[in-house]
Design a protein around this ligand. Structure first.
Ligand code: GLC
Length: 479
């Protein structure tokens, strides 16, 4: 079984969020489970020099893009035992940002076409499956059918499209369709791209792909409803027989409190974890008080993450005997709010207004609770990492948060976190109060909870097997 995994970001090459994290760890898990997987991504100028220097040029050729013929250098390298291909074109990828350039449609249109052109140049690797991810690669199933249907090399190739976040769809004017992508002027393709009076890359990808997955079972069903469907709910409902939700895993080597080089004290038990909290409190300039529950937020500060709820109840939280530490950057409205409350409550709250990997690990190791009140969350990795580090997640029951956090049951002692159902600030407040109440109890219930969380299995193993079943099913359709 040979899989070409196509993604716009993969750690350690490039990472802007959860997508890059998955891009870095999922292929490793596939490989461990016997899949011959190779990864292909753009060669951004931001990729670390030592990785770029390891890459060797395999081929260079011209990629058709409408009337254009654009240079592509196909580079390859092996890293952590995985085979990577990098698509090199300085005009498109030597940019300050990964996304958000004025010509993203053309940049990723080029990337998708270049991937398909590259398949001819691979040595000893003919993929059976093209596994694409999000709108940046959604044109691959389209182009495969529209441009390569008579090419013998491509005849039995199957496509799978994973949706990591339905909110980003790749919506552009029709000029892109005609001038950049050079797609047929009328007929099915035209209809499949059409979205209001513009085009939609993700919509087309969903309609062309042989199978669709998303990153948790709950999100797979949520997106068939208007609240979560981002205006694609009807299409997703129509395609529901081809749509599966598979929960992501996390990289258990990178996130391992027993070996983590970034944390203050490495640990394998909840009791040992406790040595980390005073050190972070000290570093953040907070009073060193082991008895004060430390609530952490480690997040991009964007509307998806439900921070409005938190901002709304900050006065009540600050009135409690707790400490709060926020790490992350994003939209000014959230940054300003957190800065304001941190300034007002110097002895209770600290706000670090940038993202830092090492500090994030220290936060997970030191925190008692991690808040993830997302408005929607396709999978979410924060809550899983938190649990691995014995920090108890407090989440809203949506998407992958719902599928990974089992609410604590005070009668049986089962569960690994706390959760609330509605997008409502006071439900969040009540849940925080409840968690703080359990934390303060003299009993050892909190310790049981933390041990439960640390023992929950969010390794890639299980998910990788589910993907392999899906690949197998796709290939069986051929025979
Ligand atoms: C996106 C989603 C997040 C998910 C990640 C990886 O960033 O917002 O929920 O965990 O992709 O699939």
């Amino acid at each position: 079984m040979r899989v070409l995994y196509v993604i716009s970001e993969a750690d350690p090459f490039i990472k802007t969020g959860g997508l890059g994290e998955v891009g870095g760890s999922f292929p490793l898990a596939l490989k461990k489970n016997g899949v011959e997987v190779r990864v292909i991504l753009p060669m951004y100028s931001k990729i670390a020099l030592e990785l770029k220097e390891k890459a060797a040029l395999l081929a260079s050729f011209k990629v058709p893009l409408g009337w254009r013929r654009q240079y592509c250098g196909l580079q390859e390298l092996i890293h952590r035992d995985v085979h990577y291909y990098l698509i090199d074109n300085e005009y498109y990828f030597s940019r300050p940002r990964v996304y958000g350039e004025y010509d993203d449609a053309e940049r990723f249109g080029f990337f998708n076409r270049a991937v398909l052109e590259s398949i001819h140049r691979f040595s000893n690797f003919k993929p059976d499956i093209l596994h694409c991810n999000d709108w940046h690669t959604a044109l691959i199933p389209v182009m495969l059918k529209e441009f390569y249907s008579s090419d013998l090399l491509f005849i039995n190739i199957r496509t799978l499209l994973t949706i990591h976040n339905l909110n980003y769809q790749g919506i552009y004017p029709w000029e892109i369709y005609f001038d950049v992508l050079g797609l047929p002027e009328a007929g099915l393709c035209y209809q499949r791209f059409s979205f209001k009076d513009v085009i939609n890359f993700l919509k087309a990808g969903i309609l062309y792909a042989d199978r669709i997955t998303t990153v948790s079972p709950t999100y797979a069903s949520e997106i068939q409803h208007p609240y979560y469907g981002e205006e694609l709910e009807c299409i997703l409902t129509a395609k529901k027989d081809l749509l599966t939700g598979i929960l992501n895993g996390i990289d258990y080597e990178r996130y391992n409190p027993q070996t983590d080089p970034y944390i203050y004290n490495r640990y394998g038990s909840y009791a040992q974890k406790l040595q980390n909290k005073p050190k972070l409190q000290k570093d953040l300039g907070l009073p060193v008080r082991p008895e004060a529950p430390l609530l952490a937020v480690i997040s991009r500060l964007v509307p998806q993450k439900g921070l409005d709820l938190l901002v709304h109840i900050m006065p009540q939280i600050m009135a409690m005997d707790v400490q709060m530490a926020v790490l992350g950057d994003g939209e000014a409205q959230y940054e300003n709010s957190f800065r304001y409350y941190a300034g007002l409550n110097l002895d209770k709250m600290s706000f670090i207004d940038y993202y830092d990997e090492a500090l994030a690990h220290k936060f997970y190791a030191a925190a008692d609770m991690v808040l993830v009140p997302s408005r929607y969350e396709p999978c979410g990795l924060t809550q899983m990492i938190a649990m691995r580090y014995g920090a108890i997640p407090i989440v809203r029951e949506t998407g992958g948060l719902k599928d990974s956090v089992i609410p604590f049951n005070k009668f049986t002692g089962a569960g690994n976190g706390f959760s609330f159902a509605n997008y409502n600030a006071h439900e969040l407040l009540y849940t925080v109060q409840n968690a703080v109440g359990v934390f303060r109890e003299k009993s050892s219930r909190w310790e049981t909870l933390a041990e439960n969380a640390m023992r929950s299995d969010f390794s890639w193993e299980r998910s990788a097997k589910l993907y392999i079943d899906l690949y197998t099913a796709l290939l069986e359709q051929l025979s």
